[in-house]
Design a protein around this ligand. Sequence first.
Ligand SMILES: [Zn+2]
Length: 595
Amino acid sequence: MTSKEQEVTWDLTGLFPSIGDPSVEKAISEAKSFADAFERNYRGKIASVGSVGLLRCFRELEDFDVKAGDIELFASLSFSANMTLQETQALYDKVSKVEAQLGKQLAFFSLELGALVRDKPQVITDPVLANYRHMLERVQRRVPHQLSEVEEQITIEKDQFGVQAWEDLQSKWLNTRTFEITVLGEKKTLSYGEANGLLPHPDRATREAANRSIYGLLGKDGEIFASALRSICNDWVSVSKRRKYSSPMESSLISNDTEEAIVDNLLRQMEQNAGMYRRYLKLKAKLMNLPVLGNHDITAPLPGSSLLKFTFAEAQTLVTLAYSHFDAQYVTAVKEMFAKRRIDASPRFGKRNGAFCASWYRGKSAFVLDNFSGALTDVYTLAHELGHATHDYYVSRSQTIMNTAIPSIVAETASIFGELLLTDLMLGEAKSDEERKAVLCLVLDEAGMTAFQVTARVWFEQALYLSIEQGEFLDYPTICRHWTQARDRIFGDAVTWFPEMEAEWTMKPHYYMANYRFYNYPYVYAQMFVYSLYEQYLEEGKEFVPKLVKALSAGSSVSPVGIGKIVGLNVADPMFWSGGLKVFDRLIIDLEKVT
Ligand SMILES: [Zn+2]
Protein backbone atom coordinates (compact mmCIF):
# COMPACT_ATOMS: atom_id res chain seq x y z
CA MET A 1 0.00 0.00 0.00
CA THR A 2 1.33 3.39 -0.91
CA SER A 3 1.21 6.24 1.59
CA LYS A 4 -1.15 8.12 -0.70
CA GLU A 5 -3.80 5.47 -0.17
CA GLN A 6 -6.16 5.75 2.72
CA GLU A 7 -5.92 3.19 5.47
CA VAL A 8 -8.55 0.49 4.98
CA THR A 9 -9.98 -0.41 8.38
CA TRP A 10 -13.16 -2.15 9.43
CA ASP A 11 -16.09 -0.63 11.24
CA LEU A 12 -16.94 -2.76 14.28
CA THR A 13 -19.63 -0.43 15.66
CA GLY A 14 -22.33 -2.80 14.41
CA LEU A 15 -21.06 -5.15 17.14
CA PHE A 16 -20.34 -2.65 19.93
CA PRO A 17 -19.80 1.15 19.91
CA SER A 18 -16.31 0.89 21.47
CA ILE A 19 -14.19 -1.26 23.80
CA GLY A 20 -14.88 1.00 26.77
CA ASP A 21 -18.65 1.19 26.18
CA PRO A 22 -20.75 -0.14 29.09
CA SER A 23 -22.67 -2.41 26.65
CA VAL A 24 -19.55 -4.62 26.45
CA GLU A 25 -19.60 -5.39 30.19
CA LYS A 26 -23.34 -5.84 30.03
CA ALA A 27 -23.05 -8.42 27.24
CA ILE A 28 -20.47 -10.39 29.25
CA SER A 29 -22.60 -10.48 32.37
CA GLU A 30 -25.70 -11.42 30.37
CA ALA A 31 -23.84 -14.36 28.86
CA LYS A 32 -22.89 -15.51 32.35
CA SER A 33 -26.43 -15.26 33.65
CA PHE A 34 -27.76 -17.13 30.63
CA ALA A 35 -25.34 -20.00 31.29
CA ASP A 36 -26.40 -20.12 34.97
CA ALA A 37 -30.08 -20.23 34.04
CA PHE A 38 -29.54 -22.79 31.28
CA GLU A 39 -27.63 -25.06 33.63
CA ARG A 40 -30.32 -24.72 36.30
CA ASN A 41 -33.09 -25.54 33.84
CA TYR A 42 -31.51 -28.41 31.92
CA ARG A 43 -28.64 -30.11 33.76
CA GLY A 44 -29.61 -33.74 34.33
CA LYS A 45 -32.88 -33.27 32.48
CA ILE A 46 -32.06 -33.61 28.76
CA ALA A 47 -33.07 -37.29 28.76
CA SER A 48 -36.57 -36.42 29.95
CA VAL A 49 -37.50 -33.09 28.31
CA GLY A 50 -39.20 -34.73 25.31
CA SER A 51 -38.92 -33.53 21.74
CA VAL A 52 -40.81 -30.26 22.27
CA GLY A 53 -38.69 -29.54 25.33
CA LEU A 54 -35.55 -30.37 23.39
CA LEU A 55 -36.61 -28.01 20.61
CA ARG A 56 -37.06 -25.23 23.19
CA CYS A 57 -33.65 -26.06 24.65
CA PHE A 58 -31.95 -25.93 21.22
CA ARG A 59 -33.58 -22.59 20.48
CA GLU A 60 -32.51 -21.10 23.81
CA LEU A 61 -28.98 -22.28 23.22
CA GLU A 62 -28.99 -20.86 19.70
CA ASP A 63 -30.23 -17.45 20.95
CA PHE A 64 -27.37 -17.52 23.42
CA ASP A 65 -24.82 -18.52 20.75
CA VAL A 66 -25.94 -15.67 18.49
CA LYS A 67 -25.62 -13.08 21.28
CA ALA A 68 -22.42 -14.50 22.77
CA GLY A 69 -21.04 -14.66 19.23
CA ASP A 70 -21.12 -10.87 19.08
CA ILE A 71 -18.96 -10.30 22.13
CA GLU A 72 -16.52 -13.10 21.23
CA LEU A 73 -16.20 -11.71 17.72
CA PHE A 74 -15.77 -8.13 18.93
CA ALA A 75 -13.01 -9.14 21.35
CA SER A 76 -11.11 -11.30 18.88
CA LEU A 77 -11.39 -8.85 15.97
CA SER A 78 -10.32 -5.87 18.06
CA PHE A 79 -7.36 -7.89 19.28
CA SER A 80 -6.36 -9.21 15.82
CA ALA A 81 -6.28 -5.71 14.36
CA ASN A 82 -4.19 -4.25 17.22
CA MET A 83 -2.59 -7.01 19.30
CA THR A 84 -0.19 -4.71 21.13
CA LEU A 85 -2.79 -2.30 22.55
CA GLN A 86 -3.33 -2.84 26.24
CA GLU A 87 -7.12 -2.39 26.01
CA THR A 88 -7.58 -4.94 23.20
CA GLN A 89 -5.36 -7.43 25.03
CA ALA A 90 -7.30 -6.99 28.25
CA LEU A 91 -10.69 -7.45 26.58
CA TYR A 92 -9.52 -10.46 24.57
CA ASP A 93 -8.07 -12.09 27.66
CA LYS A 94 -11.21 -11.48 29.68
CA VAL A 95 -13.61 -12.75 27.02
CA SER A 96 -11.45 -15.83 26.32
CA LYS A 97 -11.55 -16.73 30.01
CA VAL A 98 -15.32 -16.24 30.22
CA GLU A 99 -15.71 -18.32 27.06
CA ALA A 100 -13.64 -21.18 28.50
CA GLN A 101 -15.60 -21.01 31.77
CA LEU A 102 -18.99 -21.05 29.99
CA GLY A 103 -17.77 -23.87 27.75
CA LYS A 104 -17.01 -25.98 30.82
CA GLN A 105 -20.28 -25.04 32.49
CA LEU A 106 -22.35 -26.03 29.45
CA ALA A 107 -20.33 -29.17 28.55
CA PHE A 108 -22.99 -31.29 30.28
CA PHE A 109 -25.33 -30.50 27.41
CA SER A 110 -23.41 -32.29 24.67
CA LEU A 111 -22.76 -35.29 26.94
CA GLU A 112 -26.44 -35.56 27.86
CA LEU A 113 -27.50 -35.02 24.26
CA GLY A 114 -25.11 -37.80 23.21
CA ALA A 115 -26.61 -40.14 25.79
CA LEU A 116 -30.14 -39.27 24.65
CA VAL A 117 -29.33 -39.96 21.00
CA ARG A 118 -27.73 -43.27 22.01
CA ASP A 119 -30.66 -44.39 24.19
CA LYS A 120 -33.50 -42.99 22.07
CA PRO A 121 -32.24 -42.80 18.46
CA GLN A 122 -35.82 -42.16 17.27
CA VAL A 123 -35.33 -38.56 18.43
CA ILE A 124 -33.22 -38.01 15.28
CA THR A 125 -36.18 -38.50 12.93
CA ASP A 126 -38.75 -36.76 15.14
CA PRO A 127 -40.54 -34.24 12.84
CA VAL A 128 -40.53 -31.64 15.64
CA LEU A 129 -36.72 -31.61 15.43
CA ALA A 130 -36.53 -31.73 11.62
CA ASN A 131 -34.27 -28.67 11.47
CA TYR A 132 -31.69 -30.44 13.64
CA ARG A 133 -31.80 -33.84 12.00
CA HIS A 134 -28.36 -33.88 10.44
CA MET A 135 -26.80 -32.27 13.49
CA LEU A 136 -28.26 -35.13 15.58
CA GLU A 137 -26.97 -37.69 13.07
CA ARG A 138 -23.50 -36.25 13.56
CA VAL A 139 -23.93 -36.50 17.34
CA GLN A 140 -24.93 -40.13 16.88
CA ARG A 141 -21.73 -40.84 14.99
CA ARG A 142 -19.63 -39.33 17.78
CA VAL A 143 -21.39 -40.99 20.71
CA PRO A 144 -19.80 -44.46 20.55
CA HIS A 145 -16.40 -42.79 20.97
CA GLN A 146 -17.28 -40.68 23.99
CA LEU A 147 -15.90 -41.66 27.38
CA SER A 148 -17.62 -41.10 30.71
CA GLU A 149 -17.79 -37.54 32.07
CA VAL A 150 -14.99 -38.25 34.58
CA GLU A 151 -12.78 -39.95 31.98
CA GLU A 152 -13.28 -37.03 29.62
CA GLN A 153 -12.36 -34.57 32.39
CA ILE A 154 -9.24 -36.52 33.34
CA THR A 155 -8.23 -36.69 29.67
CA ILE A 156 -8.55 -32.91 29.34
CA GLU A 157 -6.54 -32.35 32.52
CA LYS A 158 -3.78 -34.79 31.59
CA ASP A 159 -3.56 -33.61 27.98
CA GLN A 160 -3.03 -30.01 29.00
CA PHE A 161 0.43 -30.82 30.37
CA GLY A 162 0.90 -34.06 28.47
CA VAL A 163 0.38 -34.35 24.75
CA GLN A 164 -0.30 -30.61 24.39
CA ALA A 165 3.12 -29.84 25.85
CA TRP A 166 4.75 -31.38 22.74
CA GLU A 167 2.74 -29.01 20.61
CA ASP A 168 3.95 -26.07 22.74
CA LEU A 169 7.53 -27.30 22.58
CA GLN A 170 7.52 -27.31 18.79
CA SER A 171 6.17 -23.76 18.49
CA LYS A 172 8.52 -22.51 21.26
CA TRP A 173 11.46 -23.93 19.34
CA LEU A 174 10.44 -22.09 16.17
CA ASN A 175 9.89 -18.83 18.03
CA THR A 176 13.14 -18.83 19.98
CA ARG A 177 15.69 -19.55 17.24
CA THR A 178 17.46 -17.17 14.90
CA PHE A 179 18.63 -17.93 11.39
CA GLU A 180 21.73 -16.65 9.55
CA ILE A 181 20.69 -15.87 5.99
CA THR A 182 22.39 -13.99 3.17
CA VAL A 183 19.68 -11.79 1.68
CA LEU A 184 20.62 -10.28 -1.71
CA GLY A 185 24.28 -10.60 -0.74
CA GLU A 186 23.89 -9.15 2.75
CA LYS A 187 24.26 -11.37 5.84
CA LYS A 188 21.33 -11.11 8.26
CA THR A 189 20.20 -12.70 11.52
CA LEU A 190 16.47 -13.29 11.37
CA SER A 191 13.60 -14.70 13.40
CA TYR A 192 11.77 -17.77 12.15
CA GLY A 193 8.88 -15.65 10.84
CA GLU A 194 11.23 -13.34 8.95
CA ALA A 195 13.28 -16.25 7.60
CA ASN A 196 10.14 -18.05 6.48
CA GLY A 197 9.00 -14.91 4.67
CA LEU A 198 12.08 -15.21 2.43
CA LEU A 199 11.12 -18.64 1.04
CA PRO A 200 9.24 -17.16 -1.98
CA HIS A 201 11.85 -14.38 -2.49
CA PRO A 202 12.32 -13.35 -6.16
CA ASP A 203 16.12 -13.82 -5.83
CA ARG A 204 17.06 -17.49 -6.25
CA ALA A 205 20.24 -17.33 -4.14
CA THR A 206 18.27 -15.77 -1.27
CA ARG A 207 15.68 -18.54 -1.52
CA GLU A 208 18.42 -21.16 -1.40
CA ALA A 209 20.06 -19.50 1.61
CA ALA A 210 16.73 -19.30 3.45
CA ASN A 211 15.83 -22.95 2.77
CA ARG A 212 19.25 -24.27 3.77
CA SER A 213 19.42 -22.16 6.88
CA ILE A 214 15.92 -22.98 8.16
CA TYR A 215 15.90 -26.71 7.42
CA GLY A 216 19.57 -27.13 8.32
CA LEU A 217 18.95 -25.79 11.81
CA LEU A 218 15.68 -27.73 12.21
CA GLY A 219 17.50 -30.90 11.19
CA LYS A 220 20.18 -30.40 13.84
CA ASP A 221 17.48 -30.82 16.47
CA GLY A 222 15.82 -33.56 14.46
CA GLU A 223 15.78 -36.08 17.32
CA ILE A 224 13.88 -33.57 19.48
CA PHE A 225 11.18 -33.17 16.83
CA ALA A 226 11.17 -36.93 16.36
CA SER A 227 10.55 -37.41 20.12
CA ALA A 228 7.67 -34.98 19.94
CA LEU A 229 6.04 -36.50 16.88
CA ARG A 230 6.63 -40.10 18.05
CA SER A 231 4.97 -39.33 21.39
CA ILE A 232 2.03 -37.56 19.77
CA CYS A 233 1.41 -40.39 17.30
CA ASN A 234 1.77 -43.13 19.92
CA ASP A 235 -0.51 -41.21 22.25
CA TRP A 236 -3.06 -41.05 19.46
CA VAL A 237 -2.83 -44.80 18.91
CA SER A 238 -3.74 -45.30 22.60
CA VAL A 239 -6.51 -42.71 22.43
CA SER A 240 -7.93 -44.34 19.29
CA LYS A 241 -8.08 -47.71 21.06
CA ARG A 242 -9.72 -46.26 24.18
CA ARG A 243 -12.25 -44.40 22.08
CA LYS A 244 -12.87 -47.43 19.86
CA TYR A 245 -11.92 -45.76 16.59
CA SER A 246 -11.43 -48.32 13.82
CA SER A 247 -8.41 -46.39 12.50
CA PRO A 248 -6.29 -43.36 13.47
CA MET A 249 -8.16 -41.43 10.75
CA GLU A 250 -11.70 -42.16 11.93
CA SER A 251 -11.94 -39.25 14.34
CA SER A 252 -11.04 -36.83 11.56
CA LEU A 253 -13.51 -38.50 9.19
CA ILE A 254 -16.26 -38.00 11.78
CA SER A 255 -15.48 -34.31 12.29
CA ASN A 256 -15.39 -33.82 8.54
CA ASP A 257 -18.67 -35.67 8.14
CA THR A 258 -17.18 -37.92 5.45
CA GLU A 259 -16.23 -41.55 4.77
CA GLU A 260 -12.91 -43.35 4.42
CA ALA A 261 -13.78 -44.76 0.96
CA ILE A 262 -14.32 -41.24 -0.39
CA VAL A 263 -10.95 -40.06 0.91
CA ASP A 264 -9.24 -43.21 -0.43
CA ASN A 265 -10.67 -42.57 -3.89
CA LEU A 266 -9.50 -38.99 -3.72
CA LEU A 267 -5.94 -39.90 -2.75
CA ARG A 268 -5.79 -42.61 -5.41
CA GLN A 269 -6.84 -40.15 -8.11
CA MET A 270 -4.21 -37.69 -6.92
CA GLU A 271 -1.50 -40.34 -7.12
CA GLN A 272 -2.62 -41.47 -10.57
CA ASN A 273 -2.50 -37.88 -11.79
CA ALA A 274 0.72 -36.77 -10.10
CA GLY A 275 2.22 -36.78 -13.62
CA MET A 276 -0.04 -33.86 -14.46
CA TYR A 277 1.51 -31.78 -11.67
CA ARG A 278 5.02 -32.84 -12.74
CA ARG A 279 4.20 -31.73 -16.27
CA TYR A 280 3.44 -28.30 -14.84
CA LEU A 281 6.62 -28.23 -12.72
CA LYS A 282 8.71 -29.06 -15.79
CA LEU A 283 7.01 -26.29 -17.71
CA LYS A 284 7.71 -23.90 -14.86
CA ALA A 285 11.40 -24.89 -14.92
CA LYS A 286 11.41 -23.87 -18.59
CA LEU A 287 9.76 -20.53 -17.75
CA MET A 288 12.44 -19.93 -15.14
CA ASN A 289 15.24 -20.92 -17.53
CA LEU A 290 16.26 -23.86 -15.35
CA PRO A 291 17.02 -27.44 -16.45
CA VAL A 292 14.99 -28.69 -13.45
CA LEU A 293 13.30 -26.97 -10.51
CA GLY A 294 15.03 -27.01 -7.15
CA ASN A 295 12.80 -27.38 -4.10
CA HIS A 296 13.29 -23.66 -3.54
CA ASP A 297 11.70 -22.88 -6.94
CA ILE A 298 8.43 -24.82 -6.56
CA THR A 299 6.37 -21.83 -5.47
CA ALA A 300 8.80 -19.08 -6.44
CA PRO A 301 7.34 -16.19 -8.41
CA LEU A 302 8.13 -16.07 -12.12
CA PRO A 303 10.89 -13.58 -12.96
CA GLY A 304 9.24 -10.21 -13.49
CA SER A 305 5.88 -11.16 -12.00
CA SER A 306 6.50 -8.98 -8.95
CA LEU A 307 6.12 -5.99 -11.26
CA LEU A 308 2.36 -6.60 -11.29
CA LYS A 309 1.06 -4.22 -8.63
CA PHE A 310 -2.47 -3.34 -7.56
CA THR A 311 -3.95 -0.69 -5.32
CA PHE A 312 -6.64 -1.80 -2.90
CA ALA A 313 -9.21 0.09 -5.00
CA GLU A 314 -8.10 -1.84 -8.10
CA ALA A 315 -8.32 -5.11 -6.20
CA GLN A 316 -11.83 -4.17 -5.07
CA THR A 317 -12.86 -3.49 -8.67
CA LEU A 318 -11.37 -6.76 -9.94
CA VAL A 319 -12.90 -8.97 -7.25
CA THR A 320 -16.30 -7.28 -7.55
CA LEU A 321 -16.21 -7.68 -11.32
CA ALA A 322 -15.17 -11.34 -11.12
CA TYR A 323 -18.08 -12.19 -8.81
CA SER A 324 -20.58 -10.13 -10.80
CA HIS A 325 -19.61 -11.83 -14.09
CA PHE A 326 -20.73 -15.06 -12.45
CA ASP A 327 -24.04 -13.58 -11.32
CA ALA A 328 -25.50 -10.15 -10.57
CA GLN A 329 -27.07 -11.38 -7.29
CA TYR A 330 -24.14 -13.53 -6.16
CA VAL A 331 -21.92 -10.45 -5.91
CA THR A 332 -24.20 -8.83 -3.30
CA ALA A 333 -22.23 -10.02 -0.29
CA VAL A 334 -18.94 -8.87 -1.81
CA LYS A 335 -20.31 -5.39 -2.52
CA GLU A 336 -21.76 -5.17 0.98
CA MET A 337 -18.44 -6.14 2.58
CA PHE A 338 -16.79 -3.14 0.93
CA ALA A 339 -19.70 -0.72 1.32
CA LYS A 340 -20.26 -1.50 5.01
CA ARG A 341 -16.53 -1.48 5.79
CA ARG A 342 -16.28 -5.08 6.98
CA ILE A 343 -12.68 -5.44 5.77
CA ASP A 344 -9.49 -4.48 7.61
CA ALA A 345 -6.92 -4.55 4.83
CA SER A 346 -4.01 -2.26 5.73
CA PRO A 347 -0.88 -3.79 7.24
CA ARG A 348 0.08 -2.14 10.54
CA PHE A 349 2.34 -2.75 13.50
CA GLY A 350 0.77 -5.18 15.98
CA LYS A 351 -1.74 -6.61 13.50
CA ARG A 352 -2.15 -10.35 13.04
CA ASN A 353 -0.35 -11.81 9.99
CA GLY A 354 -2.09 -13.38 7.04
CA ALA A 355 -5.80 -13.25 6.36
CA PHE A 356 -9.04 -14.72 7.68
CA CYS A 357 -12.78 -14.32 7.41
CA ALA A 358 -14.84 -14.47 10.62
CA SER A 359 -18.57 -15.02 10.27
CA TRP A 360 -20.98 -12.67 12.00
CA TYR A 361 -24.19 -14.60 12.35
CA ARG A 362 -26.35 -11.89 13.91
CA GLY A 363 -25.29 -9.42 11.22
CA LYS A 364 -25.90 -12.08 8.51
CA SER A 365 -22.45 -11.16 7.30
CA ALA A 366 -18.76 -11.48 8.15
CA PHE A 367 -15.54 -9.58 8.80
CA VAL A 368 -12.35 -10.04 6.80
CA LEU A 369 -8.85 -9.36 8.10
CA ASP A 370 -6.22 -9.07 5.42
CA ASN A 371 -2.70 -7.64 5.01
CA PHE A 372 -2.95 -6.17 1.54
CA SER A 373 0.39 -5.14 0.08
CA GLY A 374 -0.51 -4.85 -3.60
CA ALA A 375 0.84 -8.11 -5.07
CA LEU A 376 -1.21 -10.36 -7.33
CA THR A 377 -1.48 -12.93 -4.54
CA ASP A 378 -3.09 -10.26 -2.34
CA VAL A 379 -5.85 -9.82 -4.91
CA TYR A 380 -6.38 -13.59 -4.79
CA THR A 381 -6.47 -13.57 -1.00
CA LEU A 382 -9.18 -10.93 -1.13
CA ALA A 383 -11.21 -12.98 -3.65
CA HIS A 384 -10.76 -16.02 -1.38
CA GLU A 385 -11.81 -14.39 1.89
CA LEU A 386 -14.77 -12.66 0.25
CA GLY A 387 -15.88 -16.11 -0.92
CA HIS A 388 -16.06 -17.09 2.75
CA ALA A 389 -18.06 -13.93 3.40
CA THR A 390 -20.43 -14.89 0.56
CA HIS A 391 -20.86 -18.35 2.10
CA ASP A 392 -21.68 -16.71 5.47
CA TYR A 393 -24.12 -14.37 3.75
CA TYR A 394 -26.15 -17.29 2.36
CA VAL A 395 -25.90 -19.64 5.36
CA SER A 396 -26.97 -17.03 7.89
CA ARG A 397 -30.07 -16.29 5.81
CA SER A 398 -31.15 -19.93 5.55
CA GLN A 399 -29.98 -21.79 8.65
CA THR A 400 -30.16 -21.50 12.39
CA ILE A 401 -26.77 -21.14 14.03
CA MET A 402 -26.41 -24.84 14.95
CA ASN A 403 -26.46 -25.61 11.23
CA THR A 404 -23.44 -23.41 10.56
CA ALA A 405 -20.91 -25.98 11.85
CA ILE A 406 -19.59 -26.54 8.33
CA PRO A 407 -16.80 -29.17 8.10
CA SER A 408 -13.48 -28.10 6.53
CA ILE A 409 -14.02 -30.16 3.39
CA VAL A 410 -17.02 -27.96 2.49
CA ALA A 411 -16.05 -24.69 4.20
CA GLU A 412 -13.69 -23.72 1.38
CA THR A 413 -16.31 -24.07 -1.36
CA ALA A 414 -17.16 -20.43 -2.03
CA SER A 415 -13.63 -19.20 -1.31
CA ILE A 416 -11.83 -21.41 -3.84
CA PHE A 417 -14.68 -20.87 -6.29
CA GLY A 418 -14.11 -17.12 -5.92
CA GLU A 419 -10.44 -17.58 -6.80
CA LEU A 420 -11.44 -19.39 -9.99
CA LEU A 421 -13.84 -16.58 -10.88
CA LEU A 422 -10.98 -14.13 -10.45
CA THR A 423 -8.72 -16.30 -12.62
CA ASP A 424 -11.29 -16.24 -15.39
CA LEU A 425 -11.44 -12.47 -15.25
CA MET A 426 -7.68 -11.95 -14.97
CA LEU A 427 -6.95 -14.22 -17.93
CA GLY A 428 -9.62 -12.50 -19.99
CA GLU A 429 -8.28 -9.05 -19.18
CA ALA A 430 -4.53 -9.80 -19.29
CA LYS A 431 -2.73 -7.30 -21.50
CA SER A 432 0.25 -9.53 -22.31
CA ASP A 433 1.41 -13.14 -22.30
CA GLU A 434 3.70 -12.23 -19.41
CA GLU A 435 0.68 -11.27 -17.32
CA ARG A 436 -1.18 -14.41 -18.39
CA LYS A 437 1.80 -16.55 -17.37
CA ALA A 438 2.04 -14.83 -13.98
CA VAL A 439 -1.66 -15.50 -13.28
CA LEU A 440 -1.57 -19.12 -14.48
CA CYS A 441 1.60 -19.94 -12.52
CA LEU A 442 0.22 -18.37 -9.36
CA VAL A 443 -2.97 -20.41 -9.63
CA LEU A 444 -1.18 -23.64 -10.55
CA ASP A 445 1.41 -23.13 -7.78
CA GLU A 446 -1.33 -22.74 -5.20
CA ALA A 447 -3.49 -25.57 -6.50
CA GLY A 448 -0.46 -27.82 -6.94
CA MET A 449 0.61 -27.29 -3.35
CA THR A 450 -2.88 -27.68 -1.91
CA ALA A 451 -3.90 -30.67 -3.98
CA PHE A 452 -0.68 -32.57 -4.66
CA GLN A 453 1.89 -31.61 -2.04
CA VAL A 454 -0.69 -31.91 0.71
CA THR A 455 -1.55 -35.40 -0.57
CA ALA A 456 2.06 -36.34 0.23
CA ARG A 457 1.49 -35.10 3.78
CA VAL A 458 -1.50 -37.42 4.16
CA TRP A 459 0.57 -40.39 2.98
CA PHE A 460 3.31 -39.36 5.38
CA GLU A 461 0.88 -39.39 8.29
CA GLN A 462 -0.54 -42.73 7.21
CA ALA A 463 3.02 -44.13 6.99
CA LEU A 464 3.75 -43.05 10.58
CA TYR A 465 0.81 -45.03 11.96
CA LEU A 466 1.59 -48.04 9.80
CA SER A 467 5.15 -47.87 11.07
CA ILE A 468 3.96 -47.91 14.69
CA GLU A 469 1.63 -50.81 13.96
CA GLN A 470 4.55 -52.78 12.54
CA GLY A 471 6.58 -52.13 15.67
CA GLU A 472 9.07 -49.78 14.00
CA PHE A 473 10.75 -47.14 16.19
CA LEU A 474 10.12 -43.64 14.89
CA ASP A 475 13.52 -42.01 15.29
CA TYR A 476 14.58 -39.00 13.22
CA PRO A 477 16.05 -40.88 10.21
CA THR A 478 13.00 -43.17 10.04
CA ILE A 479 10.54 -40.27 10.08
CA CYS A 480 12.61 -38.44 7.44
CA ARG A 481 12.55 -41.54 5.27
CA HIS A 482 8.75 -41.70 5.51
CA TRP A 483 8.56 -38.04 4.53
CA THR A 484 10.93 -38.16 1.57
CA GLN A 485 9.26 -41.32 0.23
CA ALA A 486 5.80 -39.72 0.39
CA ARG A 487 7.15 -36.50 -1.14
CA ASP A 488 8.85 -38.30 -4.02
CA ARG A 489 5.64 -40.17 -4.92
CA ILE A 490 4.29 -36.75 -5.93
CA PHE A 491 7.32 -34.88 -7.25
CA GLY A 492 9.25 -37.74 -8.89
CA ASP A 493 11.96 -36.41 -11.18
CA ALA A 494 10.41 -32.95 -11.54
CA VAL A 495 12.24 -31.42 -8.56
CA THR A 496 15.70 -31.78 -7.00
CA TRP A 497 15.95 -31.40 -3.22
CA PHE A 498 18.59 -30.01 -0.87
CA PRO A 499 19.57 -32.75 1.59
CA GLU A 500 18.36 -30.43 4.40
CA MET A 501 14.81 -30.79 3.08
CA GLU A 502 14.42 -34.20 4.74
CA ALA A 503 13.62 -32.06 7.81
CA GLU A 504 10.71 -30.34 6.07
CA TRP A 505 8.12 -32.16 8.21
CA THR A 506 9.58 -30.79 11.45
CA MET A 507 8.16 -27.27 11.03
CA LYS A 508 4.53 -28.05 10.15
CA PRO A 509 2.56 -27.21 13.30
CA HIS A 510 -0.42 -29.37 12.34
CA TYR A 511 1.54 -32.62 12.72
CA TYR A 512 1.88 -31.73 16.39
CA MET A 513 -1.74 -30.75 17.04
CA ALA A 514 -2.88 -32.65 20.09
CA ASN A 515 -5.97 -34.79 19.57
CA TYR A 516 -6.49 -33.64 16.03
CA ARG A 517 -4.87 -35.94 13.52
CA PHE A 518 -5.22 -36.06 9.75
CA TYR A 519 -5.65 -32.34 9.37
CA ASN A 520 -4.43 -32.45 5.76
CA TYR A 521 -6.76 -34.33 3.41
CA PRO A 522 -9.67 -31.84 3.82
CA TYR A 523 -7.56 -29.33 1.86
CA VAL A 524 -7.07 -31.77 -1.00
CA TYR A 525 -10.78 -32.63 -0.89
CA ALA A 526 -11.86 -28.98 -0.85
CA GLN A 527 -9.60 -28.01 -3.73
CA MET A 528 -10.64 -30.90 -5.96
CA PHE A 529 -14.32 -30.63 -5.00
CA VAL A 530 -14.42 -26.97 -6.00
CA TYR A 531 -12.54 -27.64 -9.23
CA SER A 532 -15.23 -30.22 -10.03
CA LEU A 533 -17.90 -27.65 -9.22
CA TYR A 534 -16.23 -25.24 -11.58
CA GLU A 535 -16.17 -27.84 -14.32
CA GLN A 536 -19.92 -28.28 -13.74
CA TYR A 537 -20.42 -24.50 -13.97
CA LEU A 538 -18.54 -24.36 -17.29
CA GLU A 539 -20.82 -27.08 -18.64
CA GLU A 540 -24.10 -25.67 -17.34
CA GLY A 541 -23.55 -21.91 -17.43
CA LYS A 542 -26.23 -19.79 -15.77
CA GLU A 543 -28.30 -22.83 -14.72
CA PHE A 544 -25.55 -23.66 -12.27
CA VAL A 545 -25.90 -20.42 -10.25
CA PRO A 546 -29.03 -21.29 -8.21
CA LYS A 547 -27.59 -24.75 -7.48
CA LEU A 548 -24.42 -23.27 -6.03
CA VAL A 549 -26.45 -20.81 -3.95
CA LYS A 550 -28.57 -23.69 -2.65
CA ALA A 551 -25.47 -25.72 -1.78
CA LEU A 552 -23.92 -22.81 0.12
CA SER A 553 -27.21 -22.02 1.86
CA ALA A 554 -27.46 -25.59 3.18
CA GLY A 555 -24.66 -24.94 5.69
CA SER A 556 -24.16 -28.06 7.79
CA SER A 557 -27.83 -29.10 7.61
CA VAL A 558 -26.87 -31.78 5.08
CA SER A 559 -23.74 -33.92 4.72
CA PRO A 560 -20.95 -33.10 2.24
CA VAL A 561 -22.28 -35.94 0.09
CA GLY A 562 -25.68 -34.20 0.18
CA ILE A 563 -24.06 -30.88 -0.75
CA GLY A 564 -22.56 -32.58 -3.80
CA LYS A 565 -26.01 -33.93 -4.76
CA ILE A 566 -27.52 -30.42 -4.66
CA VAL A 567 -25.20 -29.38 -7.48
CA GLY A 568 -25.59 -32.71 -9.28
CA LEU A 569 -22.25 -34.22 -8.27
CA ASN A 570 -21.69 -37.68 -6.77
CA VAL A 571 -18.60 -37.45 -4.59
CA ALA A 572 -18.96 -41.12 -3.67
CA ASP A 573 -18.29 -42.15 -7.28
CA PRO A 574 -14.69 -43.46 -7.43
CA MET A 575 -14.12 -41.52 -10.65
CA PHE A 576 -15.66 -38.32 -9.29
CA TRP A 577 -12.34 -36.58 -8.60
CA SER A 578 -11.16 -36.79 -12.19
CA GLY A 579 -13.59 -33.91 -13.00
CA GLY A 580 -11.62 -31.44 -10.90
CA LEU A 581 -8.35 -32.70 -12.32
CA LYS A 582 -9.60 -31.76 -15.79
CA VAL A 583 -9.72 -28.11 -14.69
CA PHE A 584 -6.15 -28.39 -13.41
CA ASP A 585 -5.11 -29.97 -16.71
CA ARG A 586 -6.79 -27.21 -18.72
CA LEU A 587 -4.90 -24.52 -16.80
CA ILE A 588 -1.64 -26.28 -17.72
CA ILE A 589 -2.71 -26.44 -21.37
CA ASP A 590 -3.43 -22.68 -21.24
CA LEU A 591 0.07 -22.13 -19.90
CA GLU A 592 1.59 -24.41 -22.54
CA LYS A 593 -0.06 -22.25 -25.20
CA VAL A 594 1.67 -19.07 -24.04
CA THR A 595 5.04 -20.67 -23.29
ZN1 LIG B 1 -10.21 -20.32 3.26
